[in-house]
Write a protein that binds this ligand. Structure first.
Ligand code: DSN
Length: 415
């Protein structure tokens, strides 16, 4: 994978692209929201569709010359319907946050009420954080996970919904390792006569493969991003019943976006087709098995996991249980130094700032794409433990960096 034409035009950018390609090849990508898409998805994203304006929807555009982008968008929509079983799909949101924005703009007025999970407990900025447009436009209250178990407390959520009387209950999470019981969240939404938005950004691929229960057909709206576990390139998606289709579509365009990024819609179409192959189910199952193996071995090394384990693609480590003096940021930086890339993450009951944190979040989607199995992930857990136990020992760090390189070479990427 070379960038020869970029190099001819712009050597500075070519240098950065090649350096990033090499970084991805030579490090273990464990940020739970990242993955490595296929070269076919990247080729579609880098195609002539970047040139085309296509405001509107297939068959009803504001510009001429849209017959081929119509084909691409229709393919993306049909494949998404097949993957997730939704009645209506909008594939134009530029990201998961824009997908959520479309639902809020379609169904809420400024000042309406959102009930969502606190960011420190696994929620997302676009679910009502005070620094986000959602926290500024709407009245927000937040629920939390059970502090003892780390699991969602569905009873407390239902009571909270009855008291707060929200207009929308938001479920779907960025750092929640356990299976979500969508029907129980729907009960809470029903108790308040509220809409239910399930944001499955992290687990789109797991849901499509049937490895995690689906909120489609339970929640009123299901949103997601398309570049995480589903590996369809950067972007967002909204799914809903036909009854809400016009509201959602109008919220996206003309409501909040101009021309859709048709090259990214093409990436979505290609990635969705890949996810319809039977092998994708194996990939999703292996991703979860790898996260379980990773988590169990980390526990054997003495690490505490929020909820004591995982049912999904990620584990959330609470370092306070094993390494009181090592912050999430310390661990993130030491691990990055040896080529293991993950992120510091707040944990339930967080006492440090979001820039420091007491936890780390580690995911297996990208490692699984590279071909890692459970044994590999147990070995990665051994390496993580070695680093976090020895954050100031340069000799240990040097040895682990070599072991990381051997793992990368054994599981090549973008050859
Ligand atoms: N930034 C993503 C994550 O890491 O979870 C969510 O948008």
């Amino acid at each position: 994978m070379d960038y020869d034409r970029v190099r001819e035009s712009d050597p500075d950018v070519a240098d950065a692209l090649e350096a990033e390609r090499d970084r991805q090849r030579e490090t273990l990508e464990m940020i739970a929201s990242e993955n490595h898409v296929s070269e076919a998805v990247m080729e579609a994203q880098g195609s002539v569709l970047t040139n085309k304006y296509a405001e509107g929807y297939p068959g009803a555009r504001y510009y001429g010359g849209c017959e081929h982008v119509d084909t691409v968008e229709e393919l993306a929509i049909e494949r998404a319907k097949e993957l997730w079983g939704a009645d209506h799909v909008n594939v134009q949101p530029h990201s998961g946050t824009q997908a959520n924005m479309a639902v809020y703009f379609a169904m809420l007025d400024p000042g309406d009420r959102i009930l969502s999970l606190d960011l420190n407990h696994g929620g997302h900025l676009s679910h009502g954080h005070h620094a986000n447009f959602t926290g500024q436009l709407y009245e927000v209250e937040q629920y939390e996970v059970d502090p003892e178990t780390g699991y969602l407390d569905y009873e407390a959520l239902r009571e909270h919904a009855e008291e707060f009387d929200p207009d929308i209950v938001v479920s779907g999470y960025s750092a929640y390792p356990r299976e979500v019981e969508w029907e129980r969240i729907q009960d809470a939404a029903d108790a308040a006569d509220a809409y239910h938005l399930a944001d499955i950004a992290h687990i789109t691929g797991l849901v499509a493969a049937g490895v995690h229960p689906s909120p489609v057909g339970v929640a009123d709206f299901v949103t997601g991003s398309t570049h995480k576990t589903i590996r369809a390139g950067r972007g967002g998606i909204v799914m809903c019943d036909e009854a809400y289709a016009d509201d959602v579509d109008s919220a996206v365009i003309p409501g909040m976006q101009g021309g859709p990024l048709m090259h990214n819609v093409a990436g979505k179409a290609v990635g969705f087709r890949e996810a319809l192959d039977p092998e994708f189910e194996d990939y999703a199952e292996q991703t979860v098995a790898n996260a379980e193996a990773l988590g169990e071995r980390l526990q054997e090394h003495g690490f505490g996991l929020v909820s004591e384990g995982t049912d999904t693609h990620l584990v959330l480590v609470d370092l306070r249980e094993s390494h009181e003096d090592v912050t999430g940021k310390d661990a993130e930086e030491a691990l990055e130094d040896v080529g293991i890339v993950l992120n510091a993450n707040t944990v339930p009951g967080e006492t440090r700032s979001p820039f420091v944190t007491s936890g780390i979040r580690a995911g297996t989607p990208a490692l699984t794409t590279r071909g890692f199995d459970e044994d590999d992930c147990r070995y990665v857990a051994d390496l993580i433990a070695e680093v976090v136990d020895n954050v100031d020992d340069d000799d240990v760090m040097g040895e682990v960096a070599e072991q990381v390189q051997e793992l990368c070479e054994a599981n090549p990427l973008y050859e």
